[in-house]
Write a protein that binds this ligand. Structure first.
Ligand SMILES: *Cc1c(COP(=O)(O)O)cnc(C)c1O
Length: 416
């Protein structure tokens, strides 16, 4: 059902006052006056992170030193965080672990998937996916060099490409540019029907929409910690391996943390059969500590309320754009209906880059994705309804005053 939209500043402010999630905003560092619509790229900082990092640095590292691996439970920290993420994505506690980056985790699970389907040689992916996933898969098949290939298909036709040589269908559930959501249950079912496995990248799903890997019977999943989970820049990522596959195939980066008995220091690798096998080596404790702060906030939020609010935010933004910015040449590239989008909306504009720079200069932060996309993320934990009004009014001002034409907005920075 489409959420009802509000089109006046007053009505939006009323929605903020009535918002059951409003108090979560207080838990994040957000500079006064800043409208942050980029939580889908780097989530805001939980206020608890500063004290927690200070405690880990001063006490656990500074004072307890190496005894912290036992005393402060550092050794199992990535598993503990895995259980917190498992509850957000419909997995069992022993099916998720936090480690490494999304790309590295994808490498590990795709390698396992190929091993579980030895008579098949294709990794099927979406051609307009976030490129690192494609690059990693290409690197993997190059490395294996046994005739495996990455095959691409368009979003619209992907299901028709699950032929009998496909070992694994590896898709990102929510498209990074448009926010369009794949039907995970249905596509996983179709993959299984064709004898393939299904691996889901949850980078723009975890913490943004309700995910139920168990219900979908997904085989593998990966996702990142620094977007909607608010784990901090470069936060460690997570991965999921369905219990039925654990111990059945080996991940390729077989380091000592995945060994059955790491402190026996045996010469040869002997994999543990549980989710710990997916870890390769010593985990980044400071980063894990920061990520836990984000997860603990998310763990208290009701996902149904989050989803309702994120749809209402997106619908209001879109309606305000229709009402106030129709003449400026923006084209919606996201799905029309709120229920078909996750927590972001995107428009194309031929001057997208300069327009976004001009907006950022006015303290409205979204991001630009080449070649011409302006992307706005709505993190329901800390984005307000009134931010929708203020952001669209800033866009209108940038367009009417043509401030985007200023020369300083034309030069591309290293990171867009
Ligand atoms: C953000 C994102 C990543 C991030 O990958 P890193 O390995 O953390 O750099 C990967 N895949 C998708 C789909 C993403 O949106």
């Amino acid at each position: 059902m489409e959420p009802s939209v509000s089109l006046t500043r007053q009505a939006l402010e009323t929605l903020d006052r009535e918002d059951p999630l409003a108090s979560f905003r207080e838990e994040f560092m957000l500079p006064d006056g800043l409208i942050y619509l980029d939580g889908n790229s780097l989530g805001a900082m939980p206020k608890t992170a500063r004290a927690r990092i200070d405690e880990v640095v001063s006490q656990e590292w500074g004072h307890d030193l190496i005894t912290s691996w036992n005393k402060n439970d550092w050794f199992d920290l990535s598993l503990r965080l895995g259980t917190k993420i498992a509850r957000l994505i419909g997995a069992n506690d022993d099916e998720v672990v936090v480690s490494d980056s999304t790309g590295i985790n994808l490498y590990k699970v795709l390698c396992m998937a190929l091993a579980l389907r030895p008579d098949r040689n294709v990794i099927l992916m979406e051609d307009s996916n976030f490129p690192t996933d494609n690059y990693v898969a290409q690197g993997l098949v190059r490395q294996l060099g046994r005739g495996q290939e990455v095959r691409f298909a368009s979003r619209e036709t992907i299901i028709d490409h699950i032929t009998s040589d496909v070992a694994v269908l590896a898709l990102t559930q929510v498209h990074y540019k448009t926010g369009a959501v794949f039907d995970m249950d249905e596509i996983t079912r179709r993959a299984h029907e064709a004898g393939a496995l299904a691996c889901w990248d949850l980078c723009h799903s975890a913490g943004a929409i309700a995910v139920d890997l168990g219900r979908a019977r997904a085989d593998f999943a990966v996702g990142c910690g620094y977007k909607f989970l608010n784990g901090g820049p470069g936060a460690p990522a997570f991965l999921y391996v369905a219990k039925r596959h654990q111990g059945k195939a080996q991940q390729p980066l077989s380091g000592w943390w995945g060994h059955a008995d790491p402190f026996a220091f045996e010469r040869d690798y002997r994999p543990t059969k549980d989710i710990r096998q997916l870890q390769s080596g010593t985990q980044p404790i400071l980063s894990l500590a920061a990520l836990e702060c984000g997860l603990d906030i998310m763990g208290r939020a009701d996902m149904a309320l989050l989803r309702t609010k994120s749809m209402a935010l997106g619908a209001s933004f879109k309606a305000l754009m229709d009402a106030h910015c129709a003449e400026f040449g923006f084209t919606l590239t996201s799905p029309q209906r709120a229920e078909d989008r996750a927590s972001q909306i995107a428009y194309t504009h031929p001057h997208g880059y300069a327009i976004m720079q001009a907006l950022i200069a006015q303290d409205v932060i979204g991001d630009f994705r080449a070649p011409d996309i302006l992307r706005f993320g709505f993190t329901p934990l800390y984005t307000r309804y009134q931010d929708m009004w203020n952001a669209v009014m800033a866009i209108k001002a940038v367009m009417t005053e043509q401030s985007w034409k200023l020369p300083q907005y034309a030069t591309r920075t290293k990171v867009t």
